[in-house]
Design a protein around this ligand. Sequence first.
Ligand SMILES: NC(=O)c1ccc[n+]([C@@H]2O[C@H](COP(=O)([O-])OP(=O)(O)OC[C@H]3O[C@@H](n4cnc5c(N)ncnc54)[C@H](OP(=O)(O)O)[C@@H]3O)[C@@H](O)[C@H]2O)c1
Length: 268
Amino acid sequence: MLTIGFLGGGNMAAALIGGLLKEKTEDLTVHVVDHHAEKLAKLEALGAKTHAEPGDWITACDLLVLAVKPQTMKAAVEPIVKLLNPKGAALSIAAGIEAGVLSGWLGGYPLMRAMPNTPAMVGAGIAGLWSPKGMDESLREAALRVLRAGGEVVEVKNESEIDLVGAIPGSGPAYVFRFMEALEKAGLKRGLSEESAHALALGTVYGAAELARVSGEEFSLLREKVTSKGGTTAKALEVMNRLDIDRMMDEAVEAALKRTAEMKALFR
Ligand SMILES: NC(=O)c1ccc[n+]([C@@H]2O[C@H](COP(=O)([O-])OP(=O)(O)OC[C@H]3O[C@@H](n4cnc5c(N)ncnc54)[C@H](OP(=O)(O)O)[C@@H]3O)[C@@H](O)[C@H]2O)c1
């Protein structure tokens, strides 16, 4: 039997709880606490046991997923420290609060950190998990089970790599949506209907990602396969290279990392 609790029942918790409880399992109990009755009603319909307040149920949790916004984390964990299961651990999915700081707020409680992303809402997420040396193996497995409920998981060796997971797949869906907006605008400007421009941009990104996933080939090789010498694609790529798309992405990721560092400093 595994008992998993969620502190906060917002978007990310709902995505993970939905995945965890998709198939009826006898071996899993999921608890969740949130301030909002309407969020709790939806989570209850998924099969979670819902609570308006922390209580004894926290002590029953093997793994407690900390799924509140970073700025509300300290106030949210303070009342639960005395209730924590001494044989359990916590999994924080909050960006920008280091394990040393958060574990301190939790009275030294064992803590793992993860960074999921919003495609977890449709089971197509990719998350990073960091667990410290000495973490109980069954609790690490429980954290993997939570994250796999939203899609794939990559385990990272160093906690600092969680920042990179935040800056690449964490924020990354927004980078891709921005690219899709630009592609859609290029079509609209040249007379496509909104519906067509939207469908063509979406289909392009979905199809390219699926082809890359199914074929397993390098992105560069896949690009070369679409690009005939002197053809239309080659001309378009010349423009993207002239405008330095590598530099654009590099600076974007650097800016996200800089902001993460600023946030971490605020919580120290
Ligand atoms: N969304 C993403 O793309 C993403 C990706 C990776 C990681 N994350 C992380 O995941 C965490 C949750 O994000 P989210 O987008 O799911 O946020 P969210 O939708 O705001 O959900 C957080 C929920 O927790 C509730 N809450 C706050 N304090 C509480 C307390 N003391 N007791 C019970 N419930 C409490 C909030 O209620 P109130 O609104 O009343 O405060 C809210 O309903 C954040 O730390 C974020 O950094 C998010």
